[in-house]
Design a protein around this ligand. Structure first.
Ligand code: DX5
Ligand code: ZN
Length: 215
C-alpha cells in the first residue's frame, strides 16, 4: 500500500496568522493544503472565498485543494481557479449539472473532484467517473471540523475504489472528516489515496508528527 497524500485543512488553523499556519503545515510535510469554502446555504457556516485562497497560494508551494461547500458552484469556478486552486471539488448535491461543472473545472486547468455527503450513494457519480480526478467522500456531515468519523463511510470508500479500478478511471478517493492516525489507516486500507485532516493536524502541538502518523 503506498503512502497517502496528506492534506491538512486550514479550517482548524489559527486564522489570525493564516500565512504562517499554511507555511508551517507545508514545512511539516503536508502534500497539499485543503481549503474549506462554505456559503451559509449549502452548509450553515460561512468561511471564506477566493481572496483567502489567494493568500494561501502566496504562502506555500504545495497544491491547494479547494473544497466548495456552496450552492451552484459553477458560478464561482473561474474565481477560485484564478485565485490559485489546483483542484476544485464540488458537491454532487449542490449542482444540477455535475457533468458540465466537472468539465468546466478541467477546462480551467484544475483537477476536478466530486464530493459526496454521507447520505449520498457511490452510484451518484457512476456516470461521471472518468471526468473526476478526485472522489471526495465526506466521512462527517460537512460544515464543521472536529466531528466523529462516520464508520459506514468505509464501505463507500471501498465501493468507489472498486468502481474506479473496474472502469479503468483515474480518480483517487479522498476522505474528509474525523481523520486521525487510526481512521486514516482504515480509509487507506479501504482504498483512499488522499487524507484530509483538520483538527488532528492543527489541533496537535506537533504538526510534523501528526502528518507523519497519517502516512
Ligand atoms: C468539514 C470540512 C473538513 C474539516 C475536517 O465540512 O470539509 O475539511 O475541516 O475537519 P476535521 O479533520 O477536524 O474533522
Ligand atoms: Zn473539506
Amino acid at each position: 500500500m503506498s503512502s497517502p497524500i496528506v492534506a491538512p485543512s486550514i479550517l482548524a488553523s489559527d486564522w489570525g496568522k493564516l500565512r504562517d499556519e499554511c507555511k508551517a503545515a507545508e514545512d511539516a510535510g503536508a502534500d497539499w493544503l485543503h481549503l474549506d469554502v462554505m456559503d451559509g446555504h449549502f452548509v450553515p457556516p460561512i468561511t471564506f472565498g477566493p481572496d483567502v485562497v489567494a493568500v494561501a497560494k502566496d504562502a506555500v508551494q504545495i497544491p491547494l485543494d479547494v473544497h466548495l461547500m456552496i450552492e451552484q458552484p459553477e458560478r464561482h469556478l473561474q474565481a477560485f481557479a484564478d485565485a490559485g486552486a489546483d483542484s476544485i471539488s464540488v458537491h454532487v448535491e449542490a449542482t444540477a449539472h455535475l457533468h458540465r461543472t466537472l468539465q468546466q473545472i478541467r477546462k480551467l486547468g484544475c483537477k476536478a473532484g466530486a464530493a459526496l455527503n454521507p447520505a449520498t450513494p457511490a452510484s451518484s457519480v457512476e456516470a461521471v467517473l472518468d471526468m473526476c480526478d478526485l472522489l471526495l467522500v465526506m466521512t462527517v456531515n460537512p460544515g464543521w471540523g472536529g466531528q466523529s468519523f462516520i464508520e459506514p463511510m468505509l464501505a463507500k470508500v471501498s465501493e468507489l475504489h472498486a468502481a474506479v479500478k473496474k472502469t479503468g478511471a483515474k480518480a483517487v478517493v479522498e476522505v474528509d472528516g474525523g481523520i486521525n492516525a487510526e481512521t486514516g489507516r482504515r480509509c487507506v486500507e479501504a482504498g483512499a489515496g488522499v487524507l484530509v485532516a483538520g483538527t488532528y493536524v492543527f489541533g496537535s502541538g506537533d504538526y510534523a508528527s501528526a502528518i507523519k502518523s497519517l502516512k
